[in-house]
Design a protein around this ligand. Structure first.
Ligand SMILES: [Zn+2]
Length: 105
């Protein structure tokens, strides 16, 4: 999971309006609890990792995507059209796998 600064997100007006009725802190708490209960590891991806800016197909970083209102974008390098959230979730999954692989060394 992405290690988001949940408190700061709720304090940022432009983000907070999208988080109404989404208990992010509770989701995080339940994930941590369930992983601990099932003896699983929960890997947290650094909150500054640009998960929504990196093309999950070719790894090009599109720094023009800081505006959260952009929900779909076309990668200028490979042309793939991304849904912002799906692309970010793919990147977070692979970044978590990298953290896992590094933990094995
Ligand atoms: Zn691309």
């Amino acid at each position: 999971m992405e290690d988001l600064d949940i408190k700061a997100m709720y304090q940022t007006k432009s983000i907070a309006k999208h988080l109404v009725n989404i208990p992010l802190a509770e989701i995080k708490r339940v994930l941590e609890y369930k992983c601990l209960w099932k003896n699983k590891k929960l890997y947290k991806v650094n909150r500054y990792y640009p998960s929504s800016q990196i093309c999950s197909v070719c790894e090009y970083q599109n720094k023009k995507l800081k505006d959260l209102s952009i929900r779909k974008w076309e990668c200028p390098k490979c042309g793939y059209i991304h849904d912002r959230d799906i692309n970010a979730s793919i990147n977070i999954m692979f970044e978590g796998l990298k953290i896992y692989m590094q933990s094995l060394v």
